[in-house]
Design a protein around this ligand. Sequence first.
Ligand code: COA
Length: 240
Amino acid sequence: MGPALPQPAVPPVPPVMRSVGDSPVTALPEPTFGAPPARLVTRPVHVWRFVSADRDPLSDTEREHADKFQSEPARTAFVTGRSGIRRAAAIYTGMAARDLVVSQTPSGKPFFANAEIHFNLSHSGGEVVAAFSSEPVGLDIESSGRCRDFAEIARRFFHPEDAALISREDDFLRHWTGKEAILKLVGCGLSGGLERARTTAAGEGMLDGRRVWIEGFRMGSHRGSVASFQPFEVKGWFQI
Ligand SMILES: CC(C)(COP(=O)(O)OP(=O)(O)OC[C@H]1O[C@@H](n2cnc3c(N)ncnc32)[C@H](O)[C@@H]1OP(=O)(O)O)[C@@H](O)C(=O)NCCC(=O)NCCS
């Protein structure tokens, strides 16, 4: 286990998240998500929690996509995420949220085609969170308490040296979200191969021999990781 992760700087707003108590060994920082300012610059990384399933900013294609979901929670997560990234990007760019064009890479990673800004989004168990940066970024969140056979999953899918570091679900989620954040950083997702994404110690990762920087955090029962090829600290935690 590496050194404790640094406590993120938090804006001076009332907390909307509560600490849930954790062992000092595995404790991740639990940031307070606050209201964003009217304008922001994407340096180096900000993390956003989206809580509004507002369809107004969505494109026609996104509305059609939303209407195809059979599952209401899945539809709400999609609408909340797309609405959130558009409204957040509007704060960075000064553009109207609806004027932003969301496209995707051949491997499926969404990006803004008409704005110089990078983001990555994740939803799990009712939470919708995204990282924004001036550089490519990956983010994953997962809810805890759902995975009983984490040791077996780690043994089967993680690099053996990383699997050997895991004895508790919290360790597992820290590595899992770190690995998925690395694969989402390059736009591959899980099919990129979890064993390729190394999470050797807190804050350190590697993809095919290339160094990756990771910042872990928690949100109540959720655990999350942000990944970048550049050294970074998350400098703002915002909620809209
Ligand atoms: C991308 C993937 C990791 C998502 O994992 P998940 O845990 O189910 O979902 P998360 O909530 O963490 O992330 C979903 C979000 O990630 C983003 N995303 C989708 N595809 C992505 C990709 N290839 N890379 C990075 N981010 C991606 C989207 O914003 C998506 O949310 P949205 O559809 O509501 O916009 C998973 O779907 C996957 O592995 N897909 C396969 C991609 C693939 O095969 N690519 C080709 C080979 S490299």
